[in-house]
Design a protein around this ligand. Structure first.
Ligand SMILES: Cc1ncc(COP(=O)(O)O)c(C=O)c1O
Length: 400
């Protein structure tokens, strides 16, 4: 008898961003001087108020099960934040806290998708969306966008992709990996189509505070009709440099939150009690100087890229990634430091060479639905960034 894995398990690829991160860390552990521009996490420390609240939770033995949806003080604090910072009105009962926004998103897909239900997913997309949708028996329907359209879908594009099976539209503004942001007018236009076709919206707003021009506008703000069908997804990982604490949340009408809460109560139950207290401590501590630093780093990258003929890169309005198009080098010959030449056919191969030959870790765009791009994070020190850019410039100079 051969015991086999489920079709579901066999169909899931590991997260390519985490895969490249572990490969990079292994090289670093082996002594390689890698500049790691692959990671999607801020280099800033967790705010002291959060860490101290976490320590106090341990010392005070706040280490037991909590309400499976998160402690009410934290949900109240999140409701206040959504009201004060985002103009959104939610009661604590309309908020569920999970072990990272990653879990929040999976809860949503399980709560709303029946087998074969379609989710409209603008590409380039964050790597976990299509895998999570498939895990929940849904079908990701990819809507292509290009650099020329600012990596944004139009209302018309969404409307044309709608079928009787369409259940939801996923929006991620600012976007990982492109940094693209929808303006209020664009959000309102999308909202009109979404409401007319009676669809859910999953609005992943995890980078909402990291913006470099226009302000983030949540689709849940457009009207009560939109609020009724929107899952607002957010978390503490990116804006509070708390990736390892694993705290994310969703705000949505109570009946939707209840469905997610039932599922979560049988899977992980509450997120870590300690992390919840830390998140409570983090509320209100966002430092706008973070944005100033990220903007300076973004500008340094764009400036270096502007001197690389062949490379094109849209200027991101938010998040902490750039997503340059490196298509001009695909099919070209690369001569390595050891003098050997090789034709580089794919962005995966290019990123592999960039890592092993130039010692710069980036992520190929393939997993984001963009096989001509690579993702580079600028959530690292300016010094490391400059070192990485110098190496990249030399690397691209070795193509002919
Ligand atoms: C767009 C987007 N959504 C959600 C997440 C998940 O964040 P976490 O699970 O750390 O809260 C990430 C993390 O990379 C992300 O980039």
């Amino acid at each position: 008898m051969t015991l086999s894995l489920s079709a579901k398990a066999k169909g899931i690829a590991p997260s390519p961003t985490l895969a490249i991160d572990s490969k990079t860390k292994a090289l670093i552990a082996a002594g390689a001087d890698i500049v790691n521009l692959s990671v999607g996490e801020p280099d800033f420390p967790t705010p002291a108020q959060a860490s101290l609240a976490g320590i106090a939770a341990i010392v005070n033995n706040f280490t037991k099960y909590t309400d499976a949806s998160g402690i009410v003080e934290l949900r109240r604090g999140i409701a206040d934040k959504l009201r004060d910072e985002n103009g959104l009105d939610y009661a604590p009962e309309e908020i569920i806290v999970s072990s990272g926004a990653k879990q929040s998103l999976y809860n949503i897909f399980v709560a709303i998708l029946d087998p074969g239900d379609e989710v409209l997913l603008p590409a380039p997309y964050w790597v976990s969306y299509p895998e999570q949708i498939r895990l929940a028996d849904g079908v990701p329907v990819v809507l292509e966008t290009t650099e020329a359209t600012g990596f944004k879908v139009t209302a018309q594009q969404v409307e044309q992709a709608i079928t009787p099976k369409t259940k939801a539209v996923l929006l991620n503004s600012p976007s990982n990996p492109t940094g693209a942001m929808y303006s209020k007018d664009e959000i309102v236009a999308l909202a009109e189509v979404i409401e007319r076709h009676d669809l859910f919206v999953i609005s992943d707003e995890i980078y909402e505070r990291l913006t470099y021009g226009q302000e983030h506008y949540s689709i849940a703000r457009v009207s009560l009709g939109l609020r009724d069908r929107t899952f607002v997804v957010n978390g503490f990982s990116k804006t509070h440099a708390m990736t390892g604490w694993r705290v994310g949340y969703v705000a949505a009408p109570q009946h939707l939150v209840k469905a997610m809460a039932s599922f979560q109560s049988h899977t992980t139950a509450n997120p870590s009690s300690i992390s919840q207290k830390a998140a409570l401590g983090a509320l209100g501590t966002f430092d706008p100087a973070t944005v100033t630093q990220f903007r300076a780093r973004r500008d340094a990258v764009l400036e270096a890229f502007s001197r690389l003929p062949g490379l094109t890169c849209a200027s991101p309005d938010g998040a902490f990634y750039v997503f340059p198009n490196v298509g001009a080098w695909l099919g070209q010959t690369y001569t390595g430091l050891d003098g050997s030449s090789v034709t580089v056919q794919t962005v995966d191969h290019l990123c592999e060479l960039l890592l092993t030959d130039a010692l710069v870790a980036t992520v190929p765009g393939t997993g984001f639905g963009a096989p001509w791009n690579l993702r580079m994070s600028y959530a690292t020190s300016m010094e490391a960034l400059q070192k990485g850019l110098t190496r990249m410039t030399a690397f691209f100079g070795r193509f002919s």
